[in-house]
Design a protein around this ligand. Structure first.
Ligand code: VGL
Ligand code: ZN
Length: 208
């Protein structure tokens, strides 16, 4: 594809593609309904951005967010962790596994950076910016700041978990944030999809 000149505003805007991995797509360990349906649209959108960052959920085996690490607990139960309530998940996105790979049709060639998160065995990490203690940084904010990025567009999986947490942290950090709702899909546990959208709107995140 030919190089396109980008307007100045576009130079200050990064596209964040959240967790578009096999395990979050139909057939995967923690499949988000229609998760794979967004791949063509995400690939097309990447061409409008000079700065594309991908995130990858990347857990060690036996991670504390896995129900299998908590005797007597089942996937989608909630437990209390030091840092607050934690939903327990099926084992997913284990480092180096096939399920942790990006969706095979995702065009990763234009990504400048891949942020891997959730590697600390004791803390889950939904957000691209902080672990779930909301204080341990991933380094993404430093990277974007050094690159002069002020605006973010978010797409990916899942709307009500990693996309939501990333968008709320980004807004808190002072970025202008838009979530392309059509290029996300939700897990939707007990109304979490509607709640996530309300929380993002309340935080000043543009949805659409
Ligand atoms: C995610 C649950 C557990 C996500 C990651 O990418 O939204 N959800 N790990
Ligand atoms: Zn995870």
């Amino acid at each position: 594809m030919a190089l396109r000149a980008l307007p100045m505003r576009a130079m200050k805007t990064a596209l964040l593609v959240i967790d578009l991995q096999r395990d979050f797509c139909p057939g995967g360990a923690l499949a988000v309904p229609e998760g794979d349906a967004i791949v063509p649209g995400v690939n097309a959108l990447m061409h409008d951005f000079a700065e594309v960052v991908l995130t990858q959920d990347w857990h060690p085996a036996g991670h504390s967010s896995f129900a299998s690490a908590h005797p007597g607990k089942a996937p989608f139960d909630t437990v209390a962790m030091d840092y607050g309530p934690q939903v327990l998940w099926p084992d997913h996105c284990v480092q180096g596994s096939a399920g942790a790979a990006f969706h095979p049709d995702l065009d990763t060639t234009r990504a400048n950076l891949v942020i891997r998160k959730g590697s600390n065995p004791a803390i889950d990490s939904y957000s691209a910016f902080f672990e779930n203690d909301r204080t341990t940084p991933t380094g993404l904010h430093g990277y974007l700041g050094e690159r002069g990025i002020t605006d973010l567009v978010l797409v990916g999986l899942a709307l009500d978990f990693c996309v939501q947490y990333s968008a709320l942290d980004a807004a808190r950090l002072g970025y202008r944030v838009r979530v392309r709702r059509d290029l996300t899909r939700a897990i939707d546990l007990d109304g979490s999809c509607a709640a996530a959208q309300a929380a993002m709107r309340a935080a000043g995140v543009a949805l659409g």
